[in-house]
Design a protein around this ligand. Structure first.
Ligand code: ZN
Length: 316
């Protein structure tokens, strides 16, 4: 009989219709939705706003949140009160709002939720000469409040040049915005708390979306030095190797460019593999672009074959 911990967990992604979203997630990936503005694919999520369901095997039909609550041994018996990570793909046809997230302490005190939001982005695609909003230029919190009150966003925000394959770590308190034309794989804490600083005056159903100006001013880091440490490049990384992109307080994220075969040990509480490009096999099972697999604790040796680009993540 097969050891249960050798079972790969496949889950059904949850697609999100959002005003700035496009159609790439359903035209370029094996995801299904009728909507015209599919902004996000929550590929591995146990969040109440999008709780993925296991599609096959022993736990077919189980929500990931329930599996985490009742079979913690599959997740290395970690103590986080909720499943700690959320992996999504974002298709921004238009600019996202300029936003900021709180840390755990602020989220717990002010939102009644255990997790703030630390996130990181792998840029799967973007236009030539693109920029993202990372950080701001205000020197003091008063200057920040004054510039926000005076609508001086052009002067306030910092735009950073970014290209396909770049990686960005967004710590809580960092002002940030994804722009139209970006396709991003995001690995984040399991949280949906976003404070919107500015939404370009955009109307949704005839009304502006709610801004959270005071919360934003409370949590934004001042002065901001995010640009110096947020951005890294992945071109030139060696193939067939798990290249560590970041080790934060909450997650480790690697890039793996596979050509041929590679094997390694799954030695983490759990490991999430996301196939961004190409196709191949995972322990003999066919996988392709758009597949996300969760390998439980004690899984052991992982064998990958084929031509694939993957982002791999584990909780810390
Ligand atoms: Zn964010």
């Amino acid at each position: 009989m097969e050891n249960r911990s050798r079972e790969i967990l496949f889950v059904e992604p949850v697609l999100k219709e959002i005003v700035w979203g496009g159609r790439r997630l359903v035209t370029e990936f094996p995801y299904r939705s009728e909507g015209e503005h599919i902004g996000e694919c929550w590929a591995v999520s146990a969040h109440p706003h999008g709780d993925c369901v296991v599609t096959e095997g022993t736990y077919a039909g189980w929500h990931l949140s329930k599996l985490y609550a009742e079979h913690r041994e599959l997740f290395g018996n970690i103590s986080a009160e909720e499943f700690p990570l959320l992996v999504k793909i974002i298709d921004a046809r238009e600019n996202l709002s300029i936003q900021v997230h709180p840390d755990d302490a602020y989220a717990r005190e002010h939102e009644g939720c255990p997790f703030g939001k630390t996130e990181c982005w792998y840029v799967m695609d973007c236009p030539e000469n693109a920029t993202l909003v990372i950080g701001h230029h205000a020197k003091t919190r008063q200057e920040l409040a004054d510039m926000v009150a005076a609508d001086k966003y052009g002067e306030l925000i910092r735009e950073v040049p970014v290209k396909k394959g770049d990686f960005l770590q967004i710590d809580p308190g960092t002002v940030h915005a994804i722009k139209g034309g970006f396709l991003i794989l995001e690995t984040q804490q399991n949280s949906d708390i976003t404070y919107r600083v500015y939404d370009y005056g955009r109307l949704v159903d005839g009304k502006p979306r709610q801004l959270h100006v005071q919360q934003s001013i409370n949590v934004i880091n001042v002065p901001d030095e995010a640009d110096k440490k947020a951005l890294s490049h992945t071109d030139g990384l060696p193939g067939n190797t798990l290249n560590l992109l970041v080790e934060s307080k909450y997650y480790k994220v690697w890039k793996l460019d596979l050509e041929g075969a590679v094997s390694f040990e799954q030695e983490y509480p759990f490991l999430i593999l996301s196939v961004l490009e190409g196709s191949g096999t995972l322990d003999g099972r066919a996988v392709e672009k758009g597949a996300h697999m969760l390998l439980p604790a004690g899984y052991g040796k992982v064998e990958l074959e084929g031509n694939m680009e993957l982002i791999v993540s584990a909780p810390v």
